[in-house]
Design a protein around this ligand. Structure first.
Ligand code: SAH
Length: 213
């Protein structure tokens, strides 16, 4: 597990690409500049780690494109101490970004292999989520609700009601909604039954899957 000057230099170039693509949140950019993304990827792909692209992480899943990670993280407007729920731990890279932003992170993954891998790997880098959970993200995490923000990192065919219900008032849900192509959607909870909805462009994710557990 090495993070060399070469990797650090490549990360700074990636940060510059994200700035050019419109990412403005300095804390998000600093997190991406700091986290050794190459260590979250299978060795064969390490040379690609600092391109702005998604890559396979096993179990037919991908580590999200850095731009997508940055875009979603920016929308969450995280402040240190925020209680945050992530659906789709995957490689744990997005989890690490949330932790760098100072969030208290709960993250759910439905693939056992990826859940185990991230559970071992994140602490090795010093990233301690409040809890990594093996389970179905469609249900959210009712025992820890409400959350200040919730991020879904897989394409959801519809918006799961439990996720909206588990937001605190003023809380934000960032979720890509759609089948082949998804619309990045931000819900802000304005009241017990009131949600403001913003649609923020098209993205492509692996699907949020149901009924594994
Ligand atoms: N945040 C991850 C992205 C991984 S891709 C990263 O940075 O690497 C999306 C992840 O969502 C996959 O790991 C997939 O297994 C997981 N997933 C799909 N459906 C799910 C569900 N219903 N509940 C929890 N995780 C799910």
């Amino acid at each position: 597990m090495k993070d060399t000057f070469k990797h650090q230099g490549m990360r700074q170039q990636l940060v510059e690409i994200l700035v050019k693509k419109g990412i403005k949140d300095q804390n998000v950019l600093a997190a991406i500049g700091k986290i050794p993304r190459h260590l979250f990827m299978d060795s064969g792909f390490i040379d690609h780690a600092y391109q702005d692209k998604a890559f396979p992480i096993g179990a037919d899943q991908t580590i999200s494109q850095p731009y997508t990670v940055a875009f979603q993280s920016e929308l969450m407007q995280i402040k240190p101490g925020d209680k945050v729920l992530e659906i789709g731990t995957g490689s744990g890279y997005q989890t690490a970004v949330l932790l760098e932003l100072g969030a208290k992170v709960f993250s759910i993954e439905r693939q056992k292999e990826l859940f185990k891998k991230a559970s071992k790997f994140l602490p090795k880098l010093g990233y301690r989520a409040k809890k990594l959970i093996f389970g179905d993200g469609y249900k959210g995490l009712v025992e820890e609700a409400p959350f200040k923000s919730i991020i879904v990192t897989a394409g959801a065919p519809f918006v799961p009601n439990p996720l909206l219900a588990q937001l605190e008032i003023g809380g934000r849900l960032v979720i890509p909604v759609g089948d082949a192509v998804q619309t990045m959607t931000l819900f802000i909870r304005k009241g017990p039954k009131e949600f403001e909805k913003h649609e923020l462009g098209e993205f492509r994710f692996v699907p949020l899957l149901e009924d594994k557990n």
